[in-house]
Design a protein around this ligand. Structure first.
Ligand SMILES: [Ca+2]
Length: 299
């Protein structure tokens, strides 16, 4: 027997595994003998551990540790990934993909420049979605603060929030892709940029885009390059009117005067107040987009 309890519990001889319910009883502690470490409730020789847990150090790292006698068992805190001994901060969905999981879904991340608690994002293949429209359940006709802080449901339609989106990008060169769906499943059209940035709130989340490649022969976002973000209560566009009011384009966007593409309009609206592209060849709006998402990824 490699392991014993110092005091009795349901095992008066102290011969059971370390994780017997002794730990729940005040005054009782389970320990592994010198040269052994706890793993999965059993004491195993140190050389079989693979890693050496150093409790003092573990407590200093981004882990939550539970002391088990002389050893401790650590799990990385939310927003970190690793084996509990070393925990790396998860700064983006590429970290999630590389170190945590390749499955798409909702994860907590903590970008380097984000001074607050980790926040949840929707990751897919290393990409982070910062916008998605799948149905009309979430209104995108929202004010400046709501666009700044984000809204909606990460499982369906949402806007991540300009502030979080900005914090994601500060230290990385970011790719972006805007996917437009003719059905809810297939990305039939897309716009790709090899650089994507938005500036701070002080400069109105101005958008910077790299060079375009995509399925359209025309770069719809070209008209929106270097534009500031506008909402119905913050007019930062280039025309006298406010493009973001309900009569024109109800939703926040990087309006120029007003748009060549607008993906935050009214879902399902067939008119130019919907989710639309302005087609240069026909000079007509195409508002037949069924679903859309906007995503970014470190290069
Ligand atoms: Ca204006």
């Amino acid at each position: 027997m490699n392991c014993s309890c110092q005091t009795t519990c349901d095992d008066p001889e102290g011969l059971h595994g370390c994780f017997k319910s002794c730990n729940d009883e005040p005054g009782y502690t389970c320990v592994c003998p010198d040269g052994f470490q706890i793993r999965d409730g059993a004491c195993i020789p140190l050389e079989e551990c693979g890693v050496t847990i150093r409790p003092q150090e573990s407590f200093r790292h981004n882990a939550t540790c539970q002391k088990q006698g002389q050893s401790s068992s650590c799990e990385c805190k939310e927003g970190y990934w690793g084996n509990g001994t070393t925990c790396e901060v998860i700064t983006n969905c590429q970290d999630v993909y590389n170190g945590l999981s390749t499955e798409e879904g909702i994860y907590s991340i903590h970008p380097h420049s984000w001074a607050h608690e980790p926040f949840q994002v929707y990751c897919k293949g290393g990409w982070m979605l910062f916008q998605r429209r799948v149905d009309a359940s979430v209104s995108f006709f929202n004010d400046w603060i709501t666009y700044r802080d984000g809204f909606g449901d990460l499982n369906s339609s949402f806007w991540l929030g300009n502030e979080r989106n900005m914090s994601y990008q500060l230290r990385e060169i970011i790719n972006s892709e805007l996917n437009l769906f003719n059905t809810t499943n297939d990305a039939s059209e897309y716009l790709h940029y090899n650089l994507f940035r938005i500036s701070s709130e002080a400069t109105k989340y101005e958008i910077t885009l790299g060079s375009y490649t995509g399925s359209f022969d025309y770069d719809y976002m070209d008209y929106h390059r270097d534009m500031k973000f506008s909402t119905y209560d913050q007019d930062n566009d280039l025309v006298l009117q406010n493009c973001a009011i309900s009569e024109f384009n109800p939703g926040g966007w990087w309006f120029n005067g007003c748009h060549a593409i607008m993906l935050n309009g009214i879902y399902g609206d067939p008119w130019d107040t919907g989710i639309c592209l302005f087609q240069r060849n026909t000079l007509e709006y195409n508002c037949s987009v069924v679903a859309v998402n906007m995503k970014i990824k470190p290069l």
